[in-house]
Design a protein around this ligand. Structure first.
Ligand code: MSP
Length: 547
C-alpha cells in the first residue's frame, strides 16, 4: 500500500453545550463531518473523526439548578442524549469528547500551566461586557455597536468587573495576519473557508486585544486555573477549555499523528471568531512552551482549516435554536427517520444544507421533493429497473459485456468528468457538488436506457449479447454511483451491494474499516454470471397526502 493510501485525516465538529438536548443544528454539523469522514475512509485514509460535548458553561450549571440537579448530573443526562442521538444516526465518530472527563481536564490544566509559565497567560483585571447566552466577552466598541444587547438572542449584555487571567492575544496579531497571508492561495486554501468569511476576521485581528481566559463565581463548575491562589476560585473560561478539546483527545502517542496532519474543523458562523483568531493564537503560544513544538508544526500550518457553515433556519427565516424556541427537536428528527429512513435524512441535510455562506430554510415540502426526485426516482427506480430487466430477460444473472460498441457509458467522457467532479467536491467540502455528480452517474444510466431501449431487445438469438452488454453496463455504472454515494447513504448502498455481489465492500468498510475508492470506481468489477437480487425498492416513492 502506498503512503498516500494511509494518509492521516482528522475531522472535528464543535463540542455542543449540554444545557439542553440535541437539535437539528447539532446533528447537521456532526452529519456533515460524518459524510466527510466516511469519504476519507472510503479512499483508504487513516481517518479520525471527533465530536462531543462542552460541559463547563454557566448555562449548564444554571439549567441544572433549575432542575434541582448538580451540574455534573445535568451534564451527564444531556451528554448521554447527544451520544445516543449520534449513535442512532450512525455517526462514525472515533471518540466522543466530554470536557468533564479526567483526560480532558488533566490536559487543559497542563496546557494552561505551560502558558502561565511562558508568560502568555497573566493575571489582570477585566472590566467590560459579557454575553451570558453566548458565554462570550464583548469589547466596548462591539457592545456599543450591538446597543448593549446580545446580537444572538437580544438579551442585555452584563457589565463585568473581575480579576482574571488574560491571554496575550494582542501579541499574536502579526503572527496571525502572517499565517493568514501564507495560506492564501496555498494548496489547501485559506485557513477560514468559505473564503468569503475571511475578511471580517482579518480586520478584527488587526484590532484584537488580550482576552480574559478565566472567570470567578462558577462555584467549582469548571477546570481550576492551575496555581491560582486568589480567594475567588478562578476557573478556566469555558471557551478556552472547549477549544482545547481538539487537542486533548488526540494528545497521546497513538493519536498525535492525526493532529500533526492538520485538522479540518467544521463549525457554524456563530463561533467563527474563537476558531479563526483565538484558536490559532493559542496553538502558536502553546507551541513555544517546552515539549509542544508539534502543536504548530509545518503540516498543521499548511493544512488546518476552519470550515464555517451557515444556519438552518425555519421557513420564516429565523435561526433554529433552542434559545429562540424554534427548532426541530429530537422527536422531529425521529419522525423523519421513521418516515423516510435515516439515509434520506442524511442525504437531504448533507446536500441541501447551509454549507455555503447563505442560510437554508428547513422545508418539509422541499424534503419530500428531494427525496422523490433524487432518491426515489433516480437511485431507487434505476436500480429497480435494471434488476427487473435482468431478472425477466436474463434469468437474474449478469451476462458478459462483450460488445464494446455499447460501452460508451464506461468509455465516454461523462463518467470520468463526474468522478473528478465528485472527488473535487469532496476534497473542497462542497458536498452538494459531490452529491450531484454521484446522482448524475445514475442520470447517465437513465439516458443510456432511453437510448438503447433494452426493454425492446430480445434475450435470445442474435441480440442476446447486445442485451447482456447493455444491462451489464447499467449495473456497472450503478455500482460506481453507489460507491460514490456511500458516504451520504451508507445503509442503502450496502443493501444494494449485497444484491449485486459486492458485499465485500461493506465488509471492508465495517467498523470504520478502510475502503479502496480508486479501485472500486474502475470499470468492469462486476463478475459475469453473478446473480442479481431484485429486493424491495430502496427508496419507495413518497406520496404526499392531499389535504
Ligand atoms: N460549545 C460551543 C462550541 C465550542 S467548540 C470548541 C457552542 N455550542 S453550541 O451547542 O451552541 O453549538 C453551536 C454549533 O451547533 C454551531 O457552531 C453549529 O455547528 C451547530 N448549530 C447550532 N444551531 C444551528 C443551526 N440552526 N444551523 C446549523 N448549525 C447549527 O457553541
Amino acid at each position: 500500500m502506498s503512503t498516500h493510501d494511509r494518509k492521516p485525516f482528522y475531522v472535528t465538529t464543535p463540542i455542543y453545550y449540554v444545557n439542553d438536548k440535541p437539535h437539528l443544528g447539532h446533528v447537521y454539523t456532526t452529519m456533515v463531518a460524518d459524510v466527510v469522514a466516511r469519504y476519507h475512509r472510503l479512499r483508504g485514509d487513516d481517518t479520525f473523526f471527533l465530536t462531543g460535548v462542552d460541559e463547563h458553561a454557566a448555562k449548564v450549571s444554571d439549567k441544572a439548578a433549575e432542575h434541582g440537579l448538580s451540574p455534573q448530573q445535568w451534564a451527564d443526562q444531556n451528554a448521554a442524549a447527544f451520544r445516543d442521538v449520534f449513535a442512532k444516526l450512525e455517526m462514525t465518530n472515533d471518540d466522543f469528547v466530554r470536557t468533564s472527563s479526567d483526560r480532558h481536564k488533566a490536559k487543559v490544566t497542563e496546557y494552561v500551566a505551560a502558558l502561565i509559565a511562558s508568560g502568555d497567560v497573566y493575571a489582570g483585571e477585566y472590566t467590560g461586557w459579557y454575553d451570558a447566552g453566548q458565554e462570550e466577552y464583548v469589547p466596548e466598541n462591539k457592545a456599543k455597536e450591538y446597543d448593549y444587547k446580545s446580537p444572538v438572542n437580544g438579551k442585555p449584555l452584563v457589565k463585568k468587573a473581575e480579576k482574571n487571567y488574560f491571554f496575550k492575544l494582542e501579541k499574536y496579531r502579526d503572527d496571525l495576519l502572517k499565517f493568514y497571508a501564507e495560506r492564501d492561495g496555498s494548496d489547501r486554501g485559506s485557513y477560514v473557508q468559505p473564503e468569503a468569511r475571511k475578511n471580517e476576521i482579518v480586520n478584527r485581528i488587526k484590532e484584537a486585544n488580550d482576552i480574559p481566559i478565566s472567570r470567578t463565581g462558577s462555584n467549582g463548575w469548571g477546570i481550576p486555573v492551575p496555581g491560582d491562589d486568589s480567594s475567588g476560585g478562578q476557573t478556566i473560561y469555558v471557551w478556552i477549555d472547549a477549544l482545547f478539546n481538539y487537542l486533548t483527545y488526540v494528545d497521546d502517542d497513538d493519536r498525535r499523528h492525526y493532529w500533526e496532519s492538520g485538522a479540518t474543523h467544521f463549525i457554524a458562523k456563530d463561533i467563527l471568531w474563537f476558531h479563526a483568531a483565538i484558536w490559532p493564537a493559542l496553538q502558536m503560544a502553546l507551541s513555544k512552551c517546552d515539549g509542544y513544538a508539534w502543536v504548530w508544526g509545518e503540516e498543521v500550518r499548511n493544512n488546518q482549516l476552519v470550515y464555517t457553515h451557515s444556519y438552518w433556519v425555519s421557513e420564516s427565516g429565523e435561526k433554529m435554536s433552542k434559545s429562540l424556541g424554534n427548532f426541530l427537536d429530537p422527536a422531529a428528527i425521529d419522525n423523519y427517520v421513521d418516515e423516510f429512513g435515516l439515509d434520506a435524512l442524511r442525504y437531504f441535510l448533507a446536500t441541501r444544507g447551509p454549507l455555503g455562506t447563505t442560510d437554508s430554510a428547513f422545508s418539509p415540502d422541499l424534503f419530500v421533493e428531494v427525496y422523490n426526485s433524487d432518491l426515489s426516482k433516480k437511485i431507487g427506480n434505476s436500480s429497480s429497473r435494471v434488476a427487473a430487466m435482468t431478472a425477466k430477460k436474463l434469468d437474474g444473472m449478469f451476462g458478459f459485456a462483450s460488445d464494446y460498441r455499447h460501452m460508451h457509458l464506461a468509455t465516454g467522457t461523462p463518467l470520468g468528468v463526474l468522478l473528478t467532479g465528485f472527488q473535487n467536491g469532496m476534497d473542497t467540502l462542497k458536498l452538494a457538488q459531490a452529491g450531484d455528480c454521484a446522482i448524475d452517474v445514475v442520470r447517465l444510466v437513465d439516458s443510456y436506457i432511453e437510448e438503447t431501449e433494452p426493454f425492446r431487445i430480445a434475450a435470445d438469438g442474435d441480440t442476446r449479447e447486445e442485451l447482456e452488454t447493455i444491462l451489464y453496463s447499467c449495473a456497472e455504472a450503478l455500482r460506481i454511483a453507489s460507491v460514490l454515494l456511500w458516504p451520504f447513504i451508507p445503509d442503502k448502498c450496502e443493501q444494494f451491494w449485497s444484491r449485486i455481489g459486492c458485499g465485500h465492500y461493506a465488509e471492508r468498510l465495517k467498523d470504520k474499516g478502510r475502503g479502496d475508492l480508486a479501485a472500486w470506481v474502475q470499470w468492469g468489477q462486476l463478475q459475469p454470471g453473478t446473480p442479481i437480487e431484485k429486493g424491495e425498492a430502496l427508496f419507495p416513492r413518497y406520496q404526499v397526502e392531499k389535504k
